[in-house]
Ligand binder design. Structure first.
Ligand SMILES: C[S@@+](CC[C@H](N)C(=O)[O-])C[C@H]1O[C@@H](n2cnc3c(N)ncnc32)[C@H](O)[C@@H]1O
Length: 232
């Protein structure tokens, strides 16, 4: 899937996205909870770059906990960004946000950020070199030693562990009332349009993107998350 096709997929999902994510909240709660502590060393007036933030769950979590932080929200899907903007307005932090409909490389602002989040985004980049370049573009927008927290689906596709996780994952989606056809669509999309790699491979991709020794701090099913600092 090219960037335009991927954007169209997320434009189409924007309406029901928040509701669907709410059903899977326990998967993400532990990630957000730790994000707060990973970022606790940042200054009172930090600037955070949120890349591919969809409906803005991670933005909302941080903005509500850190009332003086400012955010750059980067999202190629205009429909998703609208949902995110509405949420920021409703929750009262819109004045601290700059919204950029597009990609990290097309941000015009030259000020550097103290940290970045990038949740469930790089997995859609199928070529490992392009995926590292994606992280490299994020690193260029960070101050020296700026912190990246990223999350992606990861596992060794086809391995016994992958198969075991998949069984649990599908049961979880059924329990969350995700329609059966949507579950089937998700799984066939994984095979074709999502790069699910072993966690160590994702770590190496992040490192080649300009970040020091990524630390995996979280796993829930296929969701894995790492924190790292921009290399000098
Ligand atoms: C699975 S959603 C995740 C949304 C949100 N981060 C979350 O965890 O709920 C992936 C988002 O990344 C966006 N996206 C896809 N490719 C991107 C890219 N190259 N740069 C920035 N965002 C991208 C999509 O439009 C979509 O909104």
């Amino acid at each position: 899937m090219n960037q335009e096709e991927l954007k169209a997929v997320f434009d189409k999902q924007a309406d029901g996205y928040e509701e669907q994510q709410r059903k899977l909240a326990p998967i993400h709660d532990g990630l957000y909870f730790q994000l707060e502590w990973i970022f606790s060393e940042l200054p009172q007036t930090a600037r955070i770059l949120c890349v591919g933030l969809g409906a803005g769950a991670e933005l909302s979590y941080l903005a509500n906990r850190f009332p003086n932080w400012r955010f750059t929200a980067v999202e190629p899907s205009g429909a998703m960004l609208d949902v995110c903007r509405n949420r920021a307005e409703k929750e009262g932090f819109i004045s601290r946000c700059t919204f950029h409909e597009g990609y990290v490389e097309s941000i015009s602002d030259i000020d550097l950020h103290d940290a970045a989040t990038c949740f469930m985004v790089s997995q859609f980049i199928l070529d490992d070199g392009v995926r590292s370049k994606f992280f490299r573009n994020i690193s260029k927008r960070l101050k020296p030693a700026g912190i990246l927290v990223s999350a992606d689906l990861a596992s060794a596709a086809g391995s016994p562990e992958y198969k075991a996780l998949l069984k649990v994952w599908v049961s979880m989606l059924h329990a969350a009332n995700v329609p059966v056809d949507a579950i089937e669509r998700t799984h066939s999309a994984w095979a074709k349009d999502v790069s699910i790699l072993p966690p160590d491979d994702v770590k190496a991709i992040i490192r080649r993107g300009g970040f020091d020794s990524p630390v995996q701090f979280y796993q829930a099913g296929f969701v894995h998350a790492w924190f790292s600092k921009r290399s000098p």
